[in-house]
Design a protein around this ligand. Sequence first.
Ligand SMILES: Nc1ncnc2c1ncn2[C@@H]1O[C@H](COP(=O)(O)OP(=O)(O)OP(=O)(O)O)[C@@H](O)[C@H]1O
Ligand SMILES: [Mg+2]
Length: 412
Amino acid sequence: MTGLPEPRPPAVEEITAPAAIAVMIVEADNEVLVQLHAALSHIWDPQAFSTLDGLDGARVRPGRPLVLVLGPSQATEETLERVADLLRDTPGSGAVLVVDQPSAGVMRRAIRSGVGDAVALAEIDGELAPAVDELAYRLERELAAAAAANARDRPPAHRGPARGFVTSVFSPKGGVGKSVVAVNLATALAMRSGQPVAILDLDLQFGDIAVMLRLQPRHTFTDAVSAGDLLDETLLRSFLARHERSGVYVLGAPTSPSEADNVEPASMLRVLELLRTMFAHVIVDTPPRLSEVVLQAVAESDLATFLLSMDVPSVKNARLGLQAFELLQLPMDKVLMVLNRADSRVHLAQHDIEKALEVKVDVSIPSEAVVPQSVNQGSPVLVEHPRSRFVGQVFQLADLVMARAEEAALQP
Ligand SMILES: Nc1ncnc2c1ncn2[C@@H]1O[C@H](COP(=O)(O)OP(=O)(O)OP(=O)(O)O)[C@@H](O)[C@H]1O
Ligand SMILES: [Mg+2]
């Protein structure tokens, strides 16, 4: 490989396709195009084009890394100039050039057009995937930094008639990962959407969202409730704590468990209603106990993510939880079933759970050591270990939530 930047050389076998990287190959020679595709398709799902024009119709989702793999036929002055424009106009994009023979002239042109790396055609089997992976890794970090800066520069403002989308994270069982999923889902939504995101910690007795983000909020949910009719956007904003790295805002749980006792559902709903006028996404973390306040919050949500874990008590509790949803007349199309720690070594398999509960799991999240590590560091896994499988699956969940939010925004 004729590497332009300093490479971080991962072994090919350790690369797993992270969440959602778009890889697009451009090459005029069909035979070479097939070779390039074969060198990448075991990891990604590349789209192949014979000319740069084909990219016009390609679907590029904003907020995701786009890696262009340019075949040897694309190394002309004219094409590389177009590539330079394209890279400049597409945030989070980069290119790897595959060359027949690395020559000083070609390399100079490639550098000028912003191509991030070059690989010799003879070496593509061993070197192209690591080069794409390396570039995607850098682009992911750039996008995350840009999204955080964007959220920092744009404090939550009144969003007019549009209502924020409320997603509650729910499970009738304790310790299944609700709070971890709430924190990381909020971070993923902030990164992907570039819009303001808040977490409401409704675990009023033992809420730990602030701890998971190493925040020490001076005000909590109790202040918002106590403000009664005086609560408006400005006052509520002053009660929120902001997590710098992700840009996510938090309304923390009360500091003393006894404060939870006298919260009326109506007071909670007023706070939630106001949050959804200020934020594009509001994530509600809930305790394992089903209280009137929790049930009301779930009923008020646009979407409830129902967390399951792979053990028999969890399945039994899940049945009770689903019955509670029925009582709330919450239709199942407003529920996403999420299986956490899906690969834990237990006797149950995903299909046993799906069969027992008569539901389909929408996203399964693996068990990984980086999760408790990040919790202990007080930082989202997305920030600390952006390439983990856990993060890939959280992004998948975030994509489902965003798709639902888009659908909801289209409803009259
Ligand atoms: N996918 C995962 N892989 C590894 N560890 C995990 C995973 N999900 C959660 N955990 C660990 O499980 C523990 C419980 O997680 P968390 O506090 O999010 O659960 P919870 O459902 O919010 O608990 P509670 O019901 O007490 O509020 C944490 O230490 C967390 O690190
Ligand atoms: Mg919790």
